[in-house]
Structure formats: structure tokens, C-alpha cells
Design a protein around this ligand. Structure first.
Ligand code: SF4
Length: 322
């Protein structure tokens, strides 16, 4: 979602020294694009006993960046802590959205559009407008040679000899209100395997059991690789796929960014706000009157997801070329 802003800033300021602060995994994924010159991992809380440690690390990082004397900071997260951090690094210009009583920390507190009114990538891009960033063509994300090699090795282990692969991401960290039913993922995986694809079921280490169950239910030709990839490897893996079938989840964004045909299934959230970017992204969604509710769980039966039929989704996958 941040890539249009990052590319817009680099186009507007080709000579500027730009540093990015964010999740380490995203920095390693995007570092090769050269939209920023250096990346600093955001000290995140790692457990209930860790807030003090994270706060100390953020203070240390802010002090380090203050020595660098940045002219401006663009603050993408809507949190108070991120605005506090930007003020701590001493940036003279601090641009972010007005939210969580943080406006006094910002020099440019932009009014935030209603959720879903503007695509999130455009919300981010608007932060850079005061510094000259504007919309332009978004290049495909190109995985590094190291990531390509790691993906090739993984495919060689998980699906030796496969000529065509399909990937699917049947889980969502957000919750069940973003998850198409697991038995339908399994059924569609079986169909894809029947059409000659090796199907790789992707997820995080925490989703390993669920992904294995789906692969087991689908049968031969379907394998779980959950927990076996970092983000750069996953990007390279999905780039080799004929199609990626995803919930509204991180893999959809990754697949869209590398240019793979991507079918994204939407439940409780808003595709107008967060649909993945990319030239071959297709959204399948039947929003009932209660949508988007942005809930993690549903008390009335997940109609937004159960209404997405197997044949309809398979049709979208076939049209995508698989
Ligand atoms: S309330 Fe409606 S949109 Fe929200 S999860 Fe339930 S069925 Fe889906």
C-alpha cells in the first residue's frame, strides 16, 4: 500500500536521502527497489512483558535518527506512537493524518477520509503531496536473485518436477470474517491439482496446522509450505505461480505487486479501501447489506463469505489462466 508513495517520493526527490522505518520484514522485501536508501526496523512489542523494552529501543532509534537531522517525516500509521516518534527524530516537517489526538505532534495534520472512501494507497500517497509526490506508474516488484534461488529450492523440495504451480493463502491474521471456508479452499485446490497444477498452500508458522489440514483434505498434488518462507522468498514463489487465490491477506498484496494473476476473496472488509494493487488483480465479493462491517468474527453466519460459491471462484481462477 505504501509503494505508490515511496515511488512518488523517489521520483520527486531522486537525490534525497530517504530512510524508512517499519517492520523489518517489509524493509527487506522493499529494499531492493531503491525507493529508500536505508531502513530501520521499528522496535515492535514482542510480548506482554516487553513494552518497556520496545519503548527504550524506540527512544534509542529516535536519538540515532535525530543526529541525521531529517528535514521531513511522512507518518503512514495512524497511531499516536508513530507521530510521537516522528517528533522525537526532530523532523521539521511532520505530515500525517489527524487521529488519536496526535495533531499537536504534527506540522501537517490532514483530515482523514471516511474508511473506504479513498483507497488506502491513495491516502498514503496524499501524505507526500506537500513534498511534491504524485501518482505515477507503479513498477512490478522484482524479487532478489537470493529470493528467487530460495523459492526455486522450496519448489524443488515441495513439488519436485512441477511445471505449473498455483498458490493459495486460505487463512487471515485478521480473523474468520476474512476467511473463505476451508473446505472450499480444499475443494478448489483439488480441482487445480486435477488440472495439472502443483498447489502450494501458504501461510505463517502459526497457520501451519490449518494449512496442512487443508492440503491433506485436498489430497495428492497439494502441499502446505506454511511457515517455510520469509517475505522475499514468498514474493519470488508467488511470482512463479500461474495464479494466487487469497483471502484479503498479505499474500494477495504480494502476488499483485509481482504481477501474478491474483484472485482475492472479500468478506467483512472493503475492497474499495484495501484491494491489492497490480495489473492482474481480480476481486470476488458479494457484499450483503451489512458489509463492510470490518468485524473479525460474525454473529449472523458469515454470509459475505459463504455467498462466494465454489464454481464462481473457480470460474475466476480459470479466467485468470489456471
Ligand atoms: S456482519 Fe455481514 S459483512 Fe460482517 S462478517 Fe457478518 S455477514 Fe460479513
Amino acid at each position: 500500500m505504501a509503494r505508490p508513495l515511496l515511488h512518488g517520493m523517489r521520483r520527486a526527490h531522486p537525490q534525497a536521502e530517504i530512510r524508512a522505518v517499519g517492520p523489518a520484514a517489509l524493509l527487506s522485501l522493499l529494499g531492493g527497489e531503491r525507493t529508500f536508501d536505508a531502513g530501520d526496523a521499528w522496535p515492535a512489542r514482542t510480548g506482554p512483558g516487553e513494552p518497556g523494552t520496545a519503548a527504550r529501543e524506540r527512544t534509542r532509534l529516535a536519538a540515532e535518527l535525530r543526529v541525521w537531522r531529517p528535514d521531513a517525516a511522512l507518518i503512514l500509521p495512524f497511531s499516536f506512537s508513530s507521530a510521537w516518534f516522528a517528533r522525537g527524530v526532530g523532523a521539521a516537517i511532520r505530515i500525517g493524518y489527524a487521529h488519536e489526538l496526535r495533531s499537536p505532534l504534527l506540522t501537517h495534520a490532514l483530515p482523514r477520509p471516511a474508511r473506504g472512501e479513498t483507497h488506502l494507497s491513495r491516502e498514503y500517497l496524499a501524505l507526500g503531496a506537500a513534498l511534491g509526490a504524485s501518482e505515477g506508474s507503479l513498477p512490478l516488484l522484482v524479487p532478489t536473485p537470493e529470493a528467487e534461488a530460495a523459492a526455486a529450492a522450496l519448489i524443488g523440495r515441495a513439488a519436485p518436477g512441477a511445471e505449473r504451480i498455483a498458490v493459495m493463502a486460505p487463512r487471515s491474521a485478521y480473523g474468520p470474517a476474512r476467511e473463505w471456508p476451508a473446505d472450499r479452499f480444499a475443494a478448489l485446490a483439488r480441482r487445480l491439482a486435477g488440472r495439472g497444477h502443483a498447489v502450494l498452500v501458504c501461510g505463517t508458522a502459526g497457520e501451519r496446522d490449518a494449512c496442512r489440514r487443508i492440503a491433506g483434505e485436498a489430497g495428492p498434488g497439494v502441499v502446505s509450505v506454511a511457515g517455510e518462507t520469509d517475505l522475499p522468498t514468498l514474493a519470488a514463489l508467488v511470482r512463479r505461480a500461474a495464479v494466487a487465490l487469497c483471502n484479503d491477506s498479505g499474500l494477495a498484496h504480494l502476488a499483485g505487486a509481482v504481477g501474478t494473476a491474483t484472485v482475492t476473496l472479500y468478506g467483512s472488509t472493503s475492497s474499495a479501501w484495501t484491494a491489492a494493487l497490480g495489473p492482474r488483480v481480480r476481486v470476488v465479493q458479494h457484499p450483503p447489506v451489512c458489509s463492510p462491517c470490518f468485524r473479525r468474527t460474525c454473529r449472523i453466519g458469515y454470509r459475505c463469505l459463504t455467498g462466494l460459491g465454489l464454481d464462481e471462484v473457480d470460474g475466476a481462477v480459470r479466467e485468470a489462466g489456471a
